[in-house]
Design a protein around this ligand. Structure first.
Ligand code: EPS
Length: 389
C-alpha cells in the first residue's frame, strides 16, 4: 500500500529505529505530542522494572526540516537507556554472554524462533520478539495521528477486561443514532480511561483489575485482557470491496493482530453478530447524505463491504497473558533436553493498558495508509484537495 514502514531494533540493543516512507510533504509535526504517546505506552499498573529505566523520546534524523515533513523518508530513533547494562551481552561487535538462555517460555517466540533461525541462545530470538519493539509503532502512530488530525480524524481507546475483571462500558453499547452525542460519549469514555493506570474509566472495575494484577503477581502468574479502539471523523470511502487486500477491515485486522500477544480482533459487534438475527445486527439507514450518513446504530463498526461508511470505527482486541511467569511453566533445555521450568526474565505481569496504546497506533497506521491511497498523498494540500466527500 502507499505507506511503507520498517522498524528495527533489539530490546537491549543501542536503539530502536523506524522509517516511514510515503508520508506527504507539508505536515507540521508536534514533538511533544509524539513523546506524549510514548509516555502513554510506558504507563500501566502491572508493568515491569524496565519502564522505570526508560523515558522514551523520539529523535528524528531524516525527512523533516524546520518541523515540517519533506515528503522524503522520515527516520525515527528511540534510544534504549537500559543499553548501558547490556553492552557486553548485546554487543554489536565483540562481546560475550556467559548466561545464554536455553529454556524456552511457552507462549513466547523463544522456541518457534530458535527452530526457525537455528539460534542456540534464545536471547537472539527474544530480543526482537520483546514488546519493546512496540515503542517504534507508537512513535510511527504518533506521526500518523497528526496527519489524520488534519482531516478531523481522532483515535482513542480503553481497556474493558483484565483477567476476570471486566466493565460493562463499551463503545458497542453506546446509543449511535445521534452522531454528535455518540462521538461525545466515545470521547468521554476514552477521557476517563486516560486517567486510569489500568486504562479503564470505570473506577470500580479499575480497582478489581488492580486486585487481579496483584493476585497474579503474588501467584507468580500473568494476565491478559481486552481493549477497544475507536476512530472518529473517518470519511466514507476508505478501503474497497473490490479485492480482499483492499478491504479496510482486513487491513485493520492485520494491523491489530500483529501486536504482540493479540489473539483475536473484532470489528463493530464482532463475534456477537454471529448469534443474532440480521434484523438485530444491520444498522438502519436513516439518511444517505454525506458527510455524515445517518444510521440507527453502529453494529458494523463503521465498515460495510470492506469500505468505511462514514460512521465511527469500532475495534476490539483480546490479548493473551504475558508468557514470562515468575512461577515458570514446564519446558525443556534445548541443549541438554533436560525437563525444567521455563526461562525467567524481567517482565510485565500485565501489559494490556500498553497494548491499548499500541492498538491506537496500529489503527492510525491502517487509516493513514487508506487515506493516502484515497487522496493520492504527495503533499498535505494535495491530499486535502483529493478528499472530495
Ligand atoms: C517492554 C520491554 C521489555 C519487557 C516487556 C516490554 O523490557 P525488559 O525485557 O528489559 O524488561 O519489559 O517485554 C515483554 C513483556 C516481553 O514479553 O518481551 C516494553 O518496552 O514494552
Amino acid at each position: 500500500m502507499p505507506l511503507r514502514i520498517l522498524t528495527a531494533g533489539e530490546s537491549h540493543g543501542p536503539a530502536l529505529t523506524a522509517i516511514i516512507e510515503g508520508l506527504p510533504a507539508g505536515l507540521h509535526l508536534d514533538r511533544e505530542a509524539m513523546d506524549h504517546q510514548l509516555a502513554r505506552r510506558q504507563r500501566g499498573y502491572g508493568r515491569g522494572g524496565r519502564m522505570q529505566i526508560e523515558s522514551d523520546r523520539t529523535e528524528i534524523t531524516s525527512g523533516l526540516r524546520f518541523g515540517v515533513t519533506l515528503g522524503s523518508p522520515l527516520t525515527l530513533t528511540i534510544a534504549n537507556r537500559d543499553r548501558e547494562n547490556w553492552r557486553e551481552r548485546m554487543a554489536v561487535w565483540e562481546g560475550s554472554d556467559d548466561d545464554p538462555v536455553r529454556v524456552p517460555r511457552p507462549g513466547h517466540a523463544d522456541l518457534a524462533g530458535a527452530l526457525k533461525y537455528g539460534h542456540r541462545d534464545l536471547r537472539s530470538v527474544l530480543e526482537r520478539a520483546s514488546a519493546r519493539e512496540t515503542a517504534t509503532r507508537v512513535a510511527v502512530g504518533a506521526v500518523l495521528r497528526q496527519l489524520l488530525a488534519e482531516f478531523g480524524i481522532w483515535i482513542g481507546g480503553h481497556v474493558i477486561r483484565t483477567g476476570m475483571a471486566a466493565t460493562g462500558d463499551s463503545f458497542r453499547t453506546l446509543p449511535a443514532d445521534n452522531r454528535k452525542q455518540y462521538e461525545t460519549l466515545i470521547r468521554d469514555l476514552c477521557g476517563r480511561a486516560a486517567e486510569s493506570d489500568v486504562g479503564c474509566g470505570d473506577p470500580e472495575t479499575a480497582e478489581m483489575m488492580k486486585k487481579e494484577i496483584d493476585n497474579a503477581m503474588a501467584a507468580g502468574d500473568s494476565l491478559g485482557g481486552v481493549f477497544e479502539t475507536a476512530a472518529l471523523g473517518v470519511p466514507a470511502g476508505l478501503g474497497s470491496n473490490g479485492m480482499w487486500d483492499r478491504r479496510l477491515d482486513a487491513a485493520i485486522g492485520a494491523a491489530m493482530m500483529s501486536i504482540p500477544g493479540i489473539k483475536a480482533v473484532e470489528i463493530g459487534l464482532g463475534t456477537e453478530a454471529a448469534s443474532l438475527p440480521g434484523s438485530r445486527v444491520h444498522d438502519p439507514i436513516l439518511s444517505a447524505a454525506p458527510p455524515f450518513p445517518g444510521r440507527g446504530s453502529n453494529n458494523a463498526g463503521g465498515i460495510e463491504g470492506g469500505i468505511s461508511n462514514g460512521q465511527p470505527l469500532i475495534v476490539r482486541a483480546a490479548m493473551k497473558p504475558i508468557p514470562t511467569l515468575t512461577g515458570p511453566l514446564p519446558s525443556v533445555n534445548i541443549e541438554t533436553g533436560e525437563k525444567t521450568g521455563a526461562h525467567r526474565e524481567r517482565s510485565d505481569v500485565c501489559a494490556v493498558p500498553a497494548a491499548e496504546v499500541v492498538g491506537e497506533a496500529m489503527l492510525a497506521i491502517a487509516l493513514a495508509d487508506a487515506l493516502i491511497e484515497r487522496t493520492g498523498g504527495d503533499s498535505l494540500d494535495r491530499m486535502k484537495r483529493g478528499l472530495d466527500i
